[in-house]
Design a protein around this ligand. Structure first.
Ligand SMILES: O=C(O)CCC(=O)C(=O)O
Ligand SMILES: [Fe+2]
Length: 447
């Protein structure tokens, strides 16, 4: 979406129906492999909007510091460097041989101790007598803010409302940026990501095997109580899942060193480390999937309400439902609203700063030839325009428009939710939204 090309409609003009159609059209037989970098615009329309997975080749990661400093010449984790540089912190570690609530139980461990364990596990040839421990969900950049540029978030994943929100808080207390490290045989059980956010996962070294299921397919893997499996490869499933034979689509991906997998919203997956592996991943979401995130939250709240329907006469039943919703999905309605509000306010500010109205007319004709630009546009504005075309996200006017369009859409949907307890907040903000639009001469036809 770096630019709105001659034949492409600006994404901010796509209706929800267009987007839903795009999501239905694609299901190809294999997952696309992107060998040479493509434009952001292409990635946006081929993968983000259709909610379709893809793999990026190691070209994207080859210059990352982590791919050099964290890995030895023969492609193994550089234990010495890792211990010396990061050894002192405490890290979360999952015990892969145990199951707890459909996941692996977690403990905290000193990172140096974890590395000692891992090296011993390798030297003893991964014996069954030792536990298989997987370091995961480590907030590495939060722990080591001064170790700069271990990696650079590829442009395709930079429109990231979750981390933008956390970063905008004065006391930066959290983020959704993680490092994973685990021996051959460590694995992650069947799941979809937190409130159906996207994830991207880059292999720094080693190899992963993924099984990916398009949204909806997971329902055929539910047992008679509606529970999803812990291990999707369990030989019990055909007999314990009543609809197992309806399962028609699943994809297997082998992810090699340096490759990045884009995992779309609501795709369930299970992952195995085939070798000693280090990876970096982010959970993120933006205007392309915010409607899916909202739908997921609504559905989850519905499930919670059903679950505690018996107690609905108790005081503050709705608040209780929101507390349970947060514990299950990581977010409640109010936080979802605050996320949308923060991003919308930031986009309005950015648009004001870039004095959008000054040169908005130029964008009416997206295919304006450069000769016309030369004649009609002072050099300073031309420079802004050109840099806009090459800066696909955040500072790109077209992206800001798209974000605002999607935010208004989702907030309007939120207001229609009958169980919403923060109606006046959402309503007031939508009114402010209208005022801000007018202030910016952000006429309806632009949205
Ligand atoms: O690499 C893993 O073990 C799990 C990663 C994952 O689930 C994700 O990136 O969404
Ligand atoms: Fe995941």
């Amino acid at each position: 979406m770096a630019k709105c090309g001659r034949n492409n409609r600006c994404p901010s003009e796509l209706s929800l129906q267009d987007i839903q159609e795009k999501r239905c059209l694609f299901l190809s037989e294999s997952i696309d492999y992107i060998r040479d970098p493509i434009s952001y615009e292409e990635f946006f329309s081929r993968y983000l909007l259709p909610n379709k997975p893809c793999i990026l080749s190691p070209q994207v990661t080859q210059l990352w510091k982590s791919r050099n400093e964290w890995v030895t010449h023969d492609g193994k984790p550089n234990f010495e460097f890792l211990e010396e540089t990061f050894g002192k912190v405490s890290v979360p570690v999952a015990i892969c041989d145990q199951e707890e609530f459909c996941s692996h139980p977690k403990i905290q461990k000193n990172f140096a101790d974890y590395l000692h364990y891992w090296q011993e596990f390798i030297s003893r040839d991964y014996p069954k007598s030792m536990q298989c421990l997987y370091l995961k969900d480590w907030h590495f950049t939060r722990d080591f803010p001064d170790y700069k540029e271990a990696y650079i978030t590829p442009v395709y994943f930079q429109s990231d409302w979750l981390n933008e929100c956390w970063d905008s808080e004065e006391k930066q207390t959290d983020d959704y940026r993680f490092v994973y490290m685990g021996p051959k045989g460590s694995w992650t059980s069947f799941h979809a990501d937190v409130f159906h956010s996207y994830s991207w996962s880059a292999n720094i070294c080693g190899q992963k095997r993924w099984l990916l299921f398009p949204p909806g397919q997971e329902n055929y893997l539910r047992d008679k109580f509606g529970q999803l499996p812990f291990d999707v490869t369990s030989s019990d499933l055909p007999s314990t899942c009543p609809d197992y034979n309806k399962l028609t689509k699943q994809y297997e991906v082998i992810q090699n060193p340096g490759e990045i997998l884009f995992v779309p919203s609501g795709w369930h997956h299970q992952v195995w480390n085939m070798q000693d592996t280090i990876s970096i991943n982010h959970n993120w979401l933006n205007g392309c999937c915010i409607d899916l995130n909202w739908k997921f939250l609504q559905k989850s709240l519905g499930d919670v309400q059903k679950e505690i329907f018996d107690c609905r006469e108790m005081d503050e039943w709705h608040q209780q439902c929101q507390i349970i919703l947060k514990s299950l999905t990581g977010i409640n309605y109010e936080e979802f609203f605050n996320l949308c509000k923060t991003i919308a306010e930031s986009r309005f500010t950015e648009l004001k700063i870039s004095k959008y109205t000054e040169f908005s007319n130029l964008f009416k004709d997206h295919s304006m030839p450069s000769s016309k630009l030369d004649k009609e546009c002072p050099t300073s504005v031309q420079e802004k325009l050109l840099s806009n075309h090459f800066l696909p996200i955040k500072s790109n006017y077209c992206h800001q428009k798209f974000d605002l369009h999607k935010l208004k859409d989702v907030l309007t949907k939120m207001l229609q939710d009958e169980t919403l307890q923060i109606k006046s907040q959402v309503d007031n903000f939508l009114k402010d939204f209208d005022v801000l639009e007018i202030e910016l001469e952000f006429a309806k036809e632009h949205l």
